[in-house]
Design a protein around this ligand. Structure first.
Ligand code: ASP
Length: 362
């Protein structure tokens, strides 16, 4: 029988009202056991029933509203997963919905190939409140993570959908169907039965080859758990818009800490020219070694950098077309690769290559 670890990081799922609005609250483990028992109509034993996989819950301290999440928090999540990797068959990360897609993307790049599922979930209404989606999202995540057909990768389970983490976006601020992956098929679905799309899962990571002779036990697989230093200001994201000023562009590109920029352009990757100022500045920055990654502001579709003259100028300026990367995946990919020390051509080439199923390259 599968044994799962739930890592509670904060977010609406476990929040309680305060005088100033919802805030993270302690005691989630006991409240969860209480509500699971009530919803299943049975007494939970040591955090398990016949109906649900056995789980153990730990809390990340301090719990956070995910709007406050910083890249350093990804190291805290990775460290907690790494510490328990060998003891469990799968992992659930409870997370606020605001930055859940960023964290899912970041974890996919930080952890690399996996041999077990890491399933992120949360809720739009806190556990215990009328019409809360917490129990459905959490029990679906538990059952999906325990299923032998679960993809061994970072996923999001939300409102009966299983999505690739680095393809997902928060698409609704108020609907229960808050997450979708507009450019990639769902990895699975929870109807009356759970189903997983065949052939879509990433290839699992495999254990290191055993050394020490034929009789040596094979080493256990371990994900990449290197803590990264995410230098403040190293990566920025800038949506172009009518009225964008060269001064704003200069402020962003002129930051000496900047090593990478995600540029969110119109449609198939078209920027405004700002009378030539934008392209000039982007070309200068690119020549100075700043990686500039072009993604679309459209929720769906590819960047085709060069379909229009305005986009073709970006090719000449050294801007990297981001295909169908989500802004969340583009930002976190850049952050992780830069934290890993990639620069110049190596960085450009990694950005243009799918690393964890995050983009479609035609
Ligand atoms: N602000 C909350 C958070 O992201 C929203 C949520 O969880 O839905 O932590």
């Amino acid at each position: 029988m599968s044994r799962l670890l739930i890592l509670h990081t904060g977010g609406t799922i476990g929040m309680q009202p305060s005088a100033t609005g919802y805030v993270p609250a302690d005691g989630f483990s006991d409240r969860l056991a209480h509500h699971l028992s009530a919803s299943l109509g049975t007494q939970l034993g040591d955090h398990g029933t016949d109906a649900l996989p056995d789980y153990h819950l730990i809390e990340l301290e301090p719990l956070i509203d995910s709007a406050d999440l910083a890249p350093a928090d990804w190291n805290r999540i990775v460290a907690a997963l790494a510490q328990h990797w060998q003891g469990y068959d799968g992992f659930i990360v409870l997370h606020g919905t605001d930055t859940l897609a960023y964290t899912a993307s970041a974890l996919s790049f930080m952890l690399g190939p996996l041999d077990k599922p890491v399933v992120l979930t949360g809720a739009q209404i806190p556990l215990g409140e009328p019409r809360s989606d917490a129990i459905n999202n959490l029990t679906t995540a538990l059952l999906m993570a325990a299923d032998p057909a679960a993809p061994p990768e970072v996923c999001i389970a939300f409102h009966d959908r299983l999505l690739r983490g680095n393809r997902a976006r928060k698409v609704r601020s108020q609907g229960f169907d808050a997450f979708d992956s507009p450019d990639a098929p769902w990895l699975g679905e929870a109807g009356i039965a759970l189903s997983f799309m065949p052939g879509l899962a990433l290839a699992p990571g495999t254990p290191e080859a055993a050394s020490g002779g034929m009789d040596a036990a094979p080493a256990a697989f371990t994900p990449n758990v290197t803590p990264r230093h995410f230098a403040p200001g190293a990566v920025a994201m800038l949506p172009v818009h009518p009225g964008l000023s060269a001064a704003l562009l200069d402020a962003v590109l002129g930051d000496p800490a900047l090593k990478g920029l995600v540029l969110q352009t119109y449609g198939v990757g078209n920027p405004p020219s700002l009378d030539g100022a934008l392209i000039d500045r982007l070309a200068q920055s690119s020549q100075a070694g700043i990686a500039i990654l072009n993604v679309s502001q459209c929720p769906q579709g590819q960047v085709v950098q060069g379909a229009y003259a305005s986009g073709a100028a970006l090719n000449a300026a050294g801007v990297i077309p981001g295909a169908d990367l989500t802004p969340e995946a583009a930002l976190t990919k850049l952050q992780v690769l830069i934290a890993d020390g990639l620069r110049g051509e190596a960085l450009k080439s990694a950005l243009a290559t799918p690393l964890r199923g995050e983009m479609t390259v035609n």
